[in-house]
Design a binder for this molecule. Structure first.
Ligand SMILES: [Fe+2]
Ligand SMILES: [Fe+2]
Length: 244
């Protein structure tokens, strides 16, 4: 059994005390539970690390997102590749555990709010899957590839996921897809595979019947814990984290 934690949409924004308190509470929750025989195996940070993609916001992120858990950090539409790693190339990363491959794919498109997993990124991901052999694969990215019932976020998702759908259907050992962006925990399917979105750390966004404002200020930050068992089945648990 593998345990993969996911946090998303941290949105560092120049020493905002509430945002920092939320991140610190989530990191404390994770770090208090790493180590030991049933440890968290990996952490996914699925994009919108910075609110405005500014270098100082990434410095603040580096000072607050500190953990011994092996971590893949992804970018979202609020991020900036040059500020993050000095170049325009996508931030794709992989972590091969002893029996599970994690891929973090960059769905951000410089200068745009919507997203895309490009042919280049998907070709890189295919190479990683083929090199890892016959192990379950969990794929992480920022933008959902389908509508989730939140009209504004649906307008800035991956707008044409046809290439991604073909990729998922081609690789039968992909056991789940996890993403962020919508600041709302949810579970659905895509290309016949479970698709889970993580709660937002910095904020939660309203569902259509919850209010006219974009932001829902009643919800605490949260974490997703993805369990992948020996048969490759994905089960996700969600936790809200109390502040203070
Ligand atoms: Fe976000
Ligand atoms: Fe986003």
């Amino acid at each position: 059994m593998f345990v993969v934690a996911q946090i998303s949409d941290l949105h560092f924004r120049n020493s905002d005390p509430e945002q920092l308190a939320r991140v610190d509470a989530v990191m404390r929750y994770l770090n208090d539970r790493c180590g030991g025989p049933s440890a968290i195996d990996a952490l996914l940070v699925t994009g919108d690390l910075a609110d405005d993609g500014l270098p100082g916001q990434y410095e603040e992120a580096a000072a607050h997102v500190i953990t011994e858990i092996p971590t893949l950090t992804l970018l979202g539409n609020h991020d900036d590749r040059i500020a993050y790693h000095g170049g325009l190339q996508p931030v794709n990363s992989s972590l091969l555990l002893d029996g599970l491959l994690l891929l973090g794919l960059d769905s951000s498109v410089p200068g745009r709010q919507d997203g895309e997993l490009t042919e280049t990124t998907l070709a890189w991901a295919s190479e990683q899957i083929e090199a890892a052999g016959d192990v379950p694969v969990l794929i992480a990215f920022h933008h959902p590839p389908i509508d989730v019932g939140m009209p504004f976020m649906d307008s800035i998702r991956q707008l044409d996921p046809s290439g991604f759908e073909a990729f998922v259907r081609r690789h039968q050992n992909i056991v789940g897809l996890v993403c962020g962006h919508i600041h709302s925990p949810s579970a659905t399917t895509f290309a016949g595979v479970p698709l889970v979105t993580a709660p937002g750390v910095s904020s939660t966004l309203n569902l259509p019947f919850e209010g006219d404002d974009v932001l829902n200020d009643t919800q605490p930050p949260g974490i997703a814990f993805h369990f992948i068992d020996d048969t490759g089945r994905l089960t996700t648990h969600f936790r809200s984290v109390r502040l203070g």
